[in-house]
Design a protein around this ligand. Structure first.
Ligand SMILES: [Zn+2]
Length: 311
């Protein structure tokens, strides 16, 4: 596989208050893991800066201006913008590089420059809705990438698979009435944002939720993935698969009570790639969401990316 990694130093500059889980060290830990010779074949690309207009692919103009106006101007200032969600002077730069990386990855899998790609997005995106910041998220990176695939590359059917430990409520809200976008989520039940129940099915079954019990291990994760996610994607027959790749279900990560291991993310990545080979010429774009234990993130995101490279 030709696999590209889209990143930019600016994503390290987004700052949050002391003790907040979304710390720049997350990406430093991942960068360090990716220095291993295993990753020599990974093509490293500087994430371009998205335009402000790109945000409007998934959000209202008011939302864009609200977020932009809410940012502090002082270097040392960290301002609360929403529930658990903060901005610093460089946050917008980080967000626009994350969106730009996601859009470039979509471009590259459609032009054939790459088979698949991983984008080190920060801040994450899947809790952000049309007019709402939430849960560390300002702009919904995966929703913007999906709508970019549709408007620029003519993708008709887009599947989003979200395996972050938290339900991707923003993504679900954005697409629950869009029968040509499927949102399939595995997450811990009873955890923030407390949505993502099995009976939330969208329009024509385009929303698929597979909540996992607190304490679930890789066996339960794989069973749900095999029984719920794979058949739904086969039935949907997508033109591209986007992954909201959070790694906070790793057993080391304290923000959830799930107990996945690096091998489980490797396994899930392999299943997604089989589906992408069958339906959409291998096109997979994976965007970082959560993952807050440094060792857990480095291990599981590393194994995910290695699987993208090796096929
Ligand atoms: Zn999460």
């Amino acid at each position: 596989m030709t696999t590209r990694l889209y990143s930019h130093p600016d994503v390290l500059e987004h700052r949050t208050p002391a003790g907040h889980p979304d710390h720049p060290d997350r990406l430093k830990a991942l960068d360090l893991a990716l220095e291993h010779p295993h990753f020599d074949r990974l093509q490293r690309v500087e994430a371009p800066r998205a335009s402000e207009d790109a945000v409007l692919l998934a959000h209202s103009e008011e939302h864009l201006w609200h977020v932009m106006r809410s940012m502090p101007e002082d270097e040392d200032d960290i301002r609360q913008i929403g529930e658990d969600t903060y901005g610093s002077v460089a946050t917008l730069q980080a967000a626009f590089r994350s969106i730009g990386g996601a859009m470039a990855a979509v471009d590259d899998v459609f032009t054939g420059a790459a088979d698949n790609g991983f984008v080190t997005c920060r801040p994450p995106g899947h809790h952000a809705a049309f007019a709402r910041v939430a849960g560390f998220c300002l702009f919904n990176n995966v929703a913007i990438a999906a709508n970019h695939a549709r408007t620029v590359h003519g993708a008709e059917r887009i599947a989003i698979i979200d395996w972050d430990a938290h339900h991707g409520d923003g993504t679900q809200a954005l697409f629950e009435n869009d029968r040509n976008t499927m949102v399939a989520s595995l997450h811990e039940e009873g955890l923030y944002p407390f949505t993502g129940k099995v009976d939330e099915t969208g329009i024509a079954g385009n929303i698929v939720n597979a909540p996992l019990r607190s304490g679930a291990t890789g066996d339960q994760f794989r069973e749900a993935f095999r029984d719920r996610i794979i058949p739904a994607v086969i039935n949907f027959s997508p033109d591209i698969i986007l992954i909201s790749a959070g790694f906070d279900a790793h057993y080391r990560d304290r923000v959830s009570h799930l107990n996945l291991k690096g091998e489980d993310f490797d396994w899930a990545t392999g299943r997604v790639m089989e589906l992408a080979e069958r339906f959409c010429q291998n096109r997979v774009v994976s965007l970082l969401e959560g993952g807050y234990d440094l060792e857990g993130l480095a291990e599981s995101a590393g194994m995910h990316i290695l699987r993208l490279i090796r096929g």
